[in-house]
Write a protein that binds this ligand. Structure first.
Ligand SMILES: [Ca+2]
Ligand SMILES: [Ca+2]
Ligand SMILES: [Ca+2]
Length: 429
C-alpha cells in the first residue's frame, strides 16, 4: 500500500518536475498528496496514520477530546489531559459543578456533582424550603418555625444535621415523613406547638440525638411511632403537655437519656410500657402531673437514675416497675405539692416496687402521700446521702417512719431525719 502510494507520488512529482525528493514518513512538510502534515513537528505522515499529539498546544489531535492550549485547566471545560470535563472525572468544573468526588455514589457528600453538604444554619419556610432540597448534610441548625408547610417532602435528601433541628409552631404541619433519610441530629430536636402533627413517622432512622429532645404541646400527637432506631438521647428528653399522647410506643429501643427525663402533664398518657429498654437516666427522671397514668411498669430495665421524682399522678396506684432500680444517685422524692389544683397520688398505698433500692445519694422525701400506709418497699435501703424526710402523709402510721429510720440506721443517713405529721394510727409492731 505504502509502496503503491509512494510510486504514485513519485510519478506525479516527477511529472510535475517540482520535487526531486521521495516522500517518506517523518519528512518535513509540505507533504505530497495522500500524506498529512502533522502539527506536532511539522512532519509528513500517511493520511491514515496517527500523528503525534501534544496536549496543550491548542490543536485537537487524536486521541485528545479538546485542547484549549494555555486554557487547559482541571477546573475548566478542557482538562490538563485534554479530556472534556465531565461529572465523575474527579475534577470540579468551576461554575458548572459544585463538587466531583470521582464516583457515581449519590449517598455521599457529592451526588451528581452537586455538593450535598450545606454549610451553616438554615431557617426555611414554605416559600424557600426548596433551596435546601439538595442538602444531605446541614452542618449547622435547621429551623422550620412558624410556617404554613404541610409536609417536609422537599427535604427528603437530608441525612445528617450537625446542629439543632427545630420544628416549632407550624400550624399546618401534619407529617414529618419527608425526613425518612435522617439518621443523626448532633444538637437538639425540638418538636413543639405543631397542632396537626399526629405522628412522628419519618424519624424512623434517627439513631441518636446529641442534645435535648423536646416534644411539647403538640395537640394531636398520639404516639412516637416510629422512633424505632433511637437508642440514645445524650441531653434531656422532655415530653410535656401533649394531650393526645396515650402510649410511648415507638420509643422501645431507647436505652439511655444522658440528661433529665421529664414526663410532664400529658393528660392521656396511660402507661410507660414501651420504655422497656431504658437502663439509665443521667439527670432527674421526673414523672409528674400525668392525670391518666395508671402504671409505670414499663421501666423494668431501669437500674440507675440521677434523681427520681414521681408526683401528682392521681391514677397511679403502684410503683411496680422500678424493680431493677438499685441506685438513685441524687434525690428520691414522692412529693405531692398539697395545693388544691394538684391532684396528689392518693392511690399509692405502698412503696413496693422499690425493693432493689439500696442507696439514695442525696435527699429521700416522702411527703403529702395521702394514701400511703407502708414504707416496707424500702426494705433494702441502707444509705441516704443527705436527709430523710417522711412528712405529712395523712394515713401513714408514725411507726412506719420509725421502722424505716431503724431499717436504714441513723448512722447511715448523712444529715439526719425529719419524721413528722404522719397521721395514721395503726400502731407500732
Ligand atoms: Ca493538542
Ligand atoms: Ca468534573
Ligand atoms: Ca458521590
Amino acid at each position: 500500500m505504502h509502496l503503491h502510494r509512494l510510486f504514485i507520488t513519485m510519478s506525479m512529482m516527477a511529472a510535475l518536475g517540482c520535487v526531486s525528493e521521495i516522500q517518506t514518513e517523518n519528512s518535513p512538510c509540505p507533504c505530497a498528496e495522500g500524506w498529512q502534515c502533522c502539527y506536532v513537528g511539522k512532519i509528513c505522515m500517511p493520511e491514515d496514520a496517527i500523528c503525534p499529539s501534544e496536549c496543550g498546544n491548542g490543536h485537537i489531535e487524536a486521541p485528545e477530546e479538546c485542547d484549549a492550549g494555555e486554557g487547559n485547566s482541571n477546573s475548566g471545560s478542557c482538562t490538563m489531559a485534554c479530556t472534556t470535563a465531565v461529572c465523575g472525572d474527579g475534577f470540579v468544573e468551576v461554575g458548572v459543578e459544585g463538587c466531583d468526588d470521582g464516583n457515581d455514589v449519590n449517598a455521599d457528600d457529592c451526588a451528581g456533582c452537586t455538593d450535598t453538604v450545606c454549610q451553616g444554619d438554615f431557617t426555611v419556610d414554605h416559600t424557600n424550603i426548596a433551596e435546601i432540597a439538595h442538602c444531605q448534610t446541614i452542618t449547622g441548625n435547621l429551623v422550620i418555625s412558624d410556617t404554613y408547610l404541610v409536609h417536609l417532602d422537599a427535604i427528603e435528601q437530608l441525612r445528617v444535621i450537625g446542629g439543632d433541628l427545630e420544628l416549632v409552631e407550624n400550624e399546618q404541619l401534619s407529617t414529618v415523613a419527608g425526613l425518612s433519610q435522617l439518621i443523626s441530629i448532633a444538637g437538639d430536636l425540638r418538636i413543639e406547638g405543631n397542632p396537626f402533627l399526629y405522628s412522628l413517622r419519618g424519624l424512623d432512622r434517627v439513631e441518636s440525638i446529641g442534645g435535648t429532645f423536646l416534644i411539647e404541646q403538640n395537640s394531636t400527637l398520639a404516639s412516637f411511632d416510629s422512633l424505632d432506631e433511637l437508642t440514645t438521647v445524650s441531653g434531656d428528653l422532655m415530653i410535656m403537655q401533649n394531650p393526645m399522647l396515650a402510649v410511648f410506643s415507638g420509643l422501645g429501643q431507647l436505652e439511655s437519656v444522658g440528661g433529665h427525663f421529664f414526663i410532664f402533664n400529658n393528660v392521656s398518657l396511660a402507661n410507660l410500657h414501651d420504655l422497656g429498654s431504658l437502663v439509665s437516666v443521667g439527670g432527674a427522671f421526673q414523672i409528674d402531673v400525668n392525670i391518666s397514668l395508671t402504671s409505670i411498669e414499663g421501666l423494668a430495665s431501669l437500674t440507675t437514675v440521677g434523681d427520681l421524682f414521681v408526683g401528682e399522678n392521681p391514677e397511679l396506684s403502684s410503683l411496680r416497675g422500678l424493680d431493677s432500680l438499685t441506685t438513685v444517685e441524687g434525690w428520691l422524692q414522692f412529693d405531692n405539692r398539697d395545693y388544691d389544683d394538684y391532684p396528689g397520688q392518693p392511690l399509692i398505698t405502698t412503696l413496693d416496687g422499690l425493693d432493689a433500692l439500696t442507696s439514695v445519694g442525696s435527699y429521700l422525701r416522702v411527703v403529702n402521700m395521702s394514701g400511703l400506709t407502708s414504707l416496707r418497699g424500702l426494705r433494702s435501703l441502707h444509705s441516704v446521702g443527705a436527709f430523710l424526710e417522711i412528712r405529712n402523709n395523712a394515713v401513714l402510721d408514725p411507726c412506719e417512719a420509725d421502722w424505716l429510720l431503724e431499717s436504714i440506721g441513723l448512722e447511715n443517713i448523712a444529715e439526719g431525719a425529719r419524721l413528722s405529721n404522719n397521721g395514721g394510727t395503726a400502731g407500732c409492731d
